[in-house]
Design a protein around this ligand. Structure first.
Ligand code: FES
Length: 130
C-alpha cells in the first residue's frame, strides 16, 4: 500500500531479499507470502543483502519524517521468520512506527544492531541508527 508523493515520508519497511533472506536457506518460511503480506499493508522497499545474513530474514522499520524529527532511527529486526512477527510489524507501522509509537515488547525480541553501526549482530540493542 505504498503511497508515493503524498506528503511527508511515512513510516516504511525495508525487506531484505537476496542471498539468504527470502531464500531456501531460511527454512519453514513462505517468503513470498511474507513479502506480499507486508506490501499489502505498509510501504515496503525490497533491498539487496544488508550484510547481516546471520539474521535472515531481516526487516528494517524506518521512521516517518515525523518520527525522525522526534529523534527516531531505523530499527533493525532479525530472524523475522514467524507470521505473527510480520503482523506485529504491520501493527507497529500502522501505529506510527519508530518515534511515534512504542516498540512492542514482542518486537523487542527481534531487534539487533548491525556490525557496521557498531553492534555485534547480537540482540544487544533496542534501537539503531543509520
Ligand atoms: S540476504 Fe539479507 S542480510 Fe544478507
Amino acid at each position: 500500500m505504498a503511497v508515493r508523493g503524498a506528503g511527508p515520508a511515512p513510516c516504511r519497511v525495508v525487506v531484505c531479499r537476496d542471498c539468504c533472506c527470502g531464500t531456501a536457506k531460511v527454512t519453514g518460511v513462505d517468503h513470498a507470502a511474507q513479502t506480499a503480506r507486508l506490501e499489502a499493508e505498509v510501504p515496503v522497499r525490497v533491498s539487496a543483502c544488508l550484510d547481516v545474513c546471520e539474521q535472515a530474514n531481516v526487516v528494517v522499520v524506518q521512521p516517518s519524517a515525523a518520527g525522525r524529527a522526534a529523534g527516531a532511527r531505523p530499527v533493525w529486526l532479525g530472524l523475522v521468520n514467524d507470521p505473527d512477527a510480520i503482523e506485529d510489524v504491520i501493527g507497529w507501522v500502522h501505529a506510527g512506527g519508530p518515534g511515534a509509537a512504542p516498540l512492542p515488547d514482542i518486537l523487542d525480541l527481534y531487534t539487533f544492531t548491525p556490525p557496521r553501526l557498531g553492534g555485534t549482530a547480537s540482540r544487544d540493542a533496542r534501537r539503531v541508527g543509520s
